[in-house]
Design a protein around this ligand. Structure first.
Ligand SMILES: Cc1ncc(COP(=O)(O)O)c(C=O)c1O
Length: 371
């Protein structure tokens, strides 16, 4: 038997994926982490056309310049970040961008602050880089928002980085502007890196999204097309940071994947330059579902925060048997503990499913909750 490296042994395959493999295919799936919409037609057509034009060769390592120019405009318009196409790297989803950040900047002994609960890949990427995870509580009483005070008390000389994710997976929490700004300023005063995962930026209700890079030089901003344009399987994302940070990130990207795939880059260009009405339609529909699921869960007696973004809610459900019983009754959910110790006593439910299915799922949950 060939022994795996210790760092590989230190992590496990995702329990969530494993769970989906064993559950009933007819069940209503509220475990999903991707939009239940299709890629808009204009984006599909741009990709088909690019293949027919034999646009299937390597691109520059950082990605097509036309695409990076559009991304730079997007950063300026949406995020108030002034960047240069040379300081943008087009990646294989936000996932690759995240892995690049960890590989390029985290090493053995570095402390990395991580919101608790948070997206599973963060912990795995930090462990693969042999960094130490320092959890920072996202408290239900604060609507699961990461607060400046909770971050600042965890900063030491050994703090290398923090990962921010607003809107958040798994809670749907959207951080307040003052906390983002204060944490950004703290990163300058204490010289640590902010890895800001803004993949759910556009899926946000009645609130404005803010990027820490507006106030700090020490930020790598990650984003992608998976959630906003329902392009999950096309694996396309991007990041920006200052020149020095970008050069180090490019080393990891260049030797790992060379460049993101041509077809998806053409689709991404169309996504940014084409009409945005499909995105607006999708976000309106997500809001309608959010309103339904939050109302129903609270009525059933499962205390639920009115999440302001992404497509997840994180009700308080302390019964350990709930996820199994719900799955047996036909509704798939994810135990909150999968996202960190503060997730214990909660369940993540995604509303990337039809309004009718969510309504049916709530009827089933109501029934099993009163058994
Ligand atoms: C918070 C968060 N970041 C990143 C990703 C990965 O996105 P991508 O498909 O762009 O790799 C996900 C996917 O679920 C996510 O929830």
């Amino acid at each position: 038997m060939i022994n795996p490296a210790k760092r590989t042994k230190s992590i496990e395959l995702s329990q969530i994926r494993k769970m989906f493999e064993i559950t009933n295919p007819d069940a209503i799936n509220l475990g999903i982490g991707e939009p239940d919409f299709n890629v808009p037609e204009n984006i599909k057509n741009a990709m088909i056309e690019s293949i027919n034009n034999n646009d299937t060769h390597y691109t520059p390592n950082k990605g097509y310049i036309e695409l990076r120019e559009e991304i730079a405009k997007k950063f300026k318009n949406d995020n108030n970040i002034s960047t240069d196409p040379e300081n943008i790297i087009v990646t294989v989803g936000a996932s690759e961008a995240l892995y690049m950040c960890a590989q390029a900047f985290i090493e053995k002994g570095d402390d990395v602050l991580l919101p608790n609960p948070s997206f599973l890949s963060y912990e795995a990427c930090i462990k693969l880089s042999e960094g130490n995870i320092i959890p920072v509580d996202c408290k239900m009483e604060n609507g699961f928002k990461l607060k400046y005070e909770d971050v600042s008390e965890k900063i030491t000389k050994n703090t290398k980085a923090i990962i921010l994710n607003s809107p958040s997976n798994p809670t749907g929490a959207v951080m307040d502007k003052e906390d983002i700004k204060a944490i950004a300023e703290l990163s300058m005063d204490n010289n640590f890196l902010i890895i800001s995962d803004e993949i759910y930026e556009k899926i946000i209700y009645d609130k404005k999204h803010y990027s820490p890079a507006e106030w700090s030089e020490n930020v790598i901003t990650l984003n992608g097309f998976s959630k906003t344009y329902a392009m999950t399987g096309l694996r396309i994302g991007y990041l920006t940071a200052n020149e020095y940070l970008c050069e180090e990130l490019l080393k990891i990207h260049q030797y790992n994947i060379a460049c993101a795939n041509t077809t998806s880059q053409r689709g991404a260009y169309e996504a940014l330059t084409g009409p945005q009405n499909e995105v607006e339609k999708m976000v309106r529909e997500f809001k309608r579902r959010r309103d339904l699921i939050v109302k129903r869960l609270n009525e059933i007696g499962h205390e639920t925060v009115n999440a302001e973004g992404a497509f997840y809610v994180f009700p308080k459900i302390e019964d350990d048997t709930f996820v199994k019983r719900a799955a047996a009754a036909g509704v798939i959910t994810v135990p909150g503990g999968a996202f960190g110790s503060n997730g214990n006593g909660h369940v993540r439910m995604s509303y990337a499913n039809s309004y009718e299915n969510i309504s049916k799922a709530m009827d089933i949950i109501e029934e099993i909750s009163h058994e």
